[in-house]
Design a protein around this ligand. Structure first.
Ligand code: S3P
Length: 171
């Protein structure tokens, strides 16, 4: 296994955290869940950051953390779904590791995130619609990542296997 980072991007509910944790365990590397690091450092939840400081402030915290993480190697990193909004994030991640995008159908995403309430961008009366609209808007950004895995019909363990395979074959 090369020393490059493994970075799992993708929309909310595509399994970045679950799969990332599994991959990290299997390849014996630390797992970094970016949302958790940001929450820990801010001393508040992502929802509170959005509500009290605004989305722009959250994006800045994400950007700063990307720069920090890119100084190290041999990590498995799961950023939040919006990391693709700033092309500099993907450019930096690309430089230091293998970026893999996890995909899922909107129905699957709804099943996975439907009962949860910690994602400010999906706090809507009509969650299905919020997912479809945001997914449509971001689709070109996720599609621009060359390595992608459709997770819809795969178990987390199967996705983890594919991620490891893809990163082994990447430079
Ligand atoms: C976001 C995704 C969330 C979190 C924040 C914003 C997004 O992370 O960073 O609520 O813009 O897609 P997950 O993808 O881990 O849910």
């Amino acid at each position: 296994m090369n020393k490059r980072n493994i970075i799992l991007v993708g929309f909310m509910g595509t399994g970045k955290t679950t799969v990332g944790r599994m991959v990290a365990e299997r390849v014996h590397r630390p797992f970094i869940d970016m949302d958790s690091v940001i929450e820990e450092r801010a001393g508040k939840t992502i929802s509170d950051i959005f509500a009290e400081d605004g989305e722009a402030q959250f994006r800045k915290q994400e950007r700063d953390l990307v720069k920090e993480l890119c100084r190290k190697r041999e990590q498995v990193i799961a950023p939040g779904g919006g990391i693709v909004l700033d092309p500099d994030n993907i450019r930096d991640f690309d430089r230091t590791g293998t970026v893999i995008c996890l995909l899922a159908e909107p129905e699957t995403i709804l099943e996975r995130v439907g009962k949860e309430s910690h994602r400010p961008l999906l706090e809507s009366e009509d969650k299905a619609r919020a997912i479809t609209e945001l997914l449509e808007k971001r689709r070109p950004l996720y599609d621009a990542i060359p390595r992608r895995i459709n997770t819809t019909h795969l178990s987390a363990s199967q996705v983890a296997d594919r991620v490891i395979e893809l990163s082994r074959h990447a430079g």
